[in-house]
Design a protein around this ligand. Sequence first.
Ligand code: AVJ
Length: 334
Amino acid sequence: MIMSVAASAVAELDIQERVAAAAREGLTSQPKRLPPWLFYDEEGSQLFDAITELEEYYLTRTERCILARNAEEMIAAAAGSPSGGQARLRIAELGAGSAEKTRVLLRAAVDRQRSVIYEPIDVSSTALDGARERIEREIPGVHVISRVTDYTHGPGLHLDACYGERRLVLYIGSSIGNFEPADAERLLRRVRAGLAPGDGLLLGVDLVKDESLLLAAYDDAAGVTAAFNRNILTRLNRELSADFDPQAFAHRALWNPAASRIEMHLESRRAQRIHLAAADLEVDFAEGETIHTENSYKFEPGQAEDLLAAAGFAPAGRWTDPSEWFAVYLGRAK
Ligand code: AVJ
């Protein structure tokens, strides 16, 4: 008991230092920026959940449909080897969060092999605790072993040995879209390094489409995405004793066709000086100056295959919706 209190106090101190370092680095850069992981405090995670239910935010429901329609085939493809053999699967998920879309895949795995070990990996333990309980209650046959880790950092993703089972890693939800191409490749290489030949990676990516559809998804009429974007300032106010007026920053979403990405920015409505006491930092903004808070890359046909190939995965399946707005790829570790 005492151990866990001490451990969580250390973890908290750690996170405050990481937030301060990110603010210092980002807000003294030119142009100013903040990393998107800062979005996901408790309020931000709730706002993101609200985003996934917006009419304009087609990503979540489109991917959910693709998974629901094809879960059996995806699981069969991951379990089957090109030579015709069949393996038992063990399923890990990066950035699992509440694992809301994962259930159909877990059900398909249980139908196929009666039971499955599911290893959700996330930086947030609260999200994982909730997911674990619900999944074990709702889908008998699933055994959850959750891991709290920042899978984007460190040398390699160390997964436990899995005793003759083949591993399937899920990286869905277009989370890969937050990474610059070189970082995306690095991350998938790290995933590959933790796998054996024949193991699988199921990757969900958002595809390039009509600009107006893309923009609406990141600038919804109800202003939920704007609130999500501004919440990063509210978080700095609370965690770094800063004095941002979030309403003094406008939410901007734009399509950058050369980089094939949606960008989110916060634009200062006036010249202002901000103090971030706990980071020992003062920052001046000119009127119209922006903080770049997020990139969300959209993939052209063929790009995801190239990324998977570069990271050491052979193509083993591709599933999409009728309008080709979103795609889920299965890569097999070479
Ligand atoms: C969680 C990274 C997939 O880029 O679409 C949603 C985050 N940002 N609305 C995305 C997000 C603004 C989301 N990802």
